[in-house]
Write a protein that binds this ligand. Sequence first.
Ligand code: ADP
Ligand code: MG
Length: 339
Amino acid sequence: MSISISGLKKDYVRSRRRVVPALEGIDLEVKEGELLVVVGPSGSGKTTLLRCIAGLETPDEGTIEVGGRDVTKLLPGDRDVAMVFQEYALYPHLTVEANVSFGLKARKVSSTEVRRRVDQAAESLGLQDLLDRRPPELSGGERQRVALARAIVREPSAYLLDEPLSNLDAELRTKTRAEIRLLQKRLGTTTVYVTHDQVEAMTMGDRVVVLRGGQVQQIDTPAMLYDHPANAFVASFFGTPPMNLYPAQSGGGPSGASTVGVRPEHLRLVPPATGRLHGRTETVETIGSDAIVHLKVDGRALLVKTSRADAPIDGQEVGVDFSDTDMYGFDENDNSLTP
Ligand code: ADP
Ligand code: MG
């Protein structure tokens, strides 16, 4: 089912004087069957947004609809959405099977139906051999799959996942993010997936919402966010290493731009004294077949991504070239000037 959020505001009141604005008017639409990723730095309001959708926080203003039904004032249990928490929140003394079926028994689902759903979820997530273990006897990745299974068996209208991979090591994270995406496509259930990781957002999302300070910066497909960032924050949030940004007077750029940007992978190293910029190599990082070249140009740091074979040596003078079409311009409020 689709989820429709409009004008959502939420402040946390810490004391009479101290109010923390967490969400400052969020409008967004999660389409039926979509995997929508919400990404942003720590403290940008991602968890608060999910908790409002789940009914665990009461918004100060705004409405939330699930499948066209206004759920803004409903209790969490009446919303038909299942949330997976960052810390999993499993019962340590219960077996995997009891953890997974816990919510169903509480909802008075018949025991044959519980059996069917648990078996199916266990099969989807490869938990068949772990059903009689307890959480302390599981690895981080296994616990994470149990937490997902517990959400899946509820067969809700939507899943809300809050940084479910953040406790896993890098290798398992890469593997699991592909698995979650496949599973979501197979189940076809509308999903809001929260992460602070730009790579996770780019690789998993049908569309991605970028949050900053409780405000939506842009909602778009991963390719659009990368090619057409709405502002300098989004431009520098995606991409490894991030986009080079510098004041416009030092490098031309679109008219009216106060900041210009070029991605490291769009810069080309050329012989010294040729090209549009001239600088000196400070250091070179090699990552497999790629190299990140750290240059100093007119006293400013500039990163160039190139192949290891083309990388200069430390201290070497180089020229840098790029085409106008790879240049981004941002106005004095950091909004994009390049369509
Ligand atoms: P994220 O999940 O993106 O890291 P959160 O939604 O947890 O961000 O937090 C958004 C803002 O609200 C932050 O400034 C955070 O410190 C604040 N905040 C979150 N929860 C509470 C709370 N229970 N009480 C007071 N402030 C909170
Ligand atoms: Mg959070």
